[in-house]
Ligand binder design. Structure first.
Ligand code: DX5
Ligand code: ZN
Length: 224
């Protein structure tokens, strides 16, 4: 089944608890938290204190997407703040195997992320370690960017590899997910759908989430 992970990057931070509640009421089951350091990506966002505050206002799993250099230095702080899932970029990790084990040692689910220019094959040696793989369908750094259609084949490839190697990671997709793109990624096999702008960008987050999840759920019937 598909899950919706509203990304708070596009939320109104002055009313974060209410916004997360509304997105959850609309069917969001994972809260996606974008952590940016101004080095790995050209933008700055938030750190463990916001995760700690969110932890107090929601029971939904907190999915921390670390777009930072040297993630090893911060993993324990995010885990202590209440992160449930932690993902790191393949491109940011010099010792990816070690970093993924570090995440697991904190009892968090471990995810690995690939940028649009990184092939799925770059993950061959860690797919048996991770709990989930996050396919970026935009270049990370900002919300409300245009979906890159070339990401869809990577999702399909991850489904094939999982079956061939009898693995059980889940497949998440992030960037440009909206009513006009969600069907393609779900048909390809995406299971966790991150959406920032489509949920929080305009209008009511609850009904935005409901609409997106409905379209996504209908698309599961079209999977090939
Ligand atoms: C981008 C972030 C995304 C972002 C997606 O670097 O990783 O999680 O919030 O935003 P939308 O859904 O607006 O493309
Ligand atoms: Zn993200």
């Amino acid at each position: 089944m598909v899950e919706l992970a509203p990304s708070i990057l596009s939320a109104d931070f002055a009313h974060l608890a209410d916004q997360v509640q509304a997105a959850g009421d609309g069917g969001g089951t994972v809260v996606h938290v974008d952590v940016m350091d101004g080095h790995f990506v050209p933008n700055l966002t938030l750190g463990p204190p916001i995760v700690r505050s969110l932890r107090k206002v929601t029971k939904l799993p907190l999915d921390c997407h670390l777009m930072i250099e040297n993630p090893d230095e911060f993993i324990s702080a995010f885990a202590a703040a209440g992160a449930d899932w932690v993902s790191v970029h393949q491109e940011a990790c010099r010792h990816l195997n070690r970093t993924l084990h570090l995440i697991k040692s904190h009892d968090c689910l471990a995810g690995v992320v690939i940028n649009p220019a990184t092939p799925v094959d770059a993950l061959a040696e860690v797919l048996d370690i991770v709990d989930y793989v996050l396919v970026m369908s935009v270049n990370p750094g900002f919300g409300a960017q245009e979906f890159i259609p070339g990401s869809v084949h990577k999702i399909r490839r991850l489904v094939e590899i999982r079956a061939a190697r009898r693995l059980n990671y889940r497949i998440e997709v992030d960037g440009g997910i909206a009513l006009d793109t969600v069907t393609d990624v779900v048909r390809a096999g995406a299971e966790i759908l991150v959406a920032g702008n489509a949920v929080f960008g305009h209008g009511d987050p609850k009904s935005n989430a409901q609409r997106l999840l409905k379209t996504a759920t209908e698309a599961t019937l079209l999977r090939v």
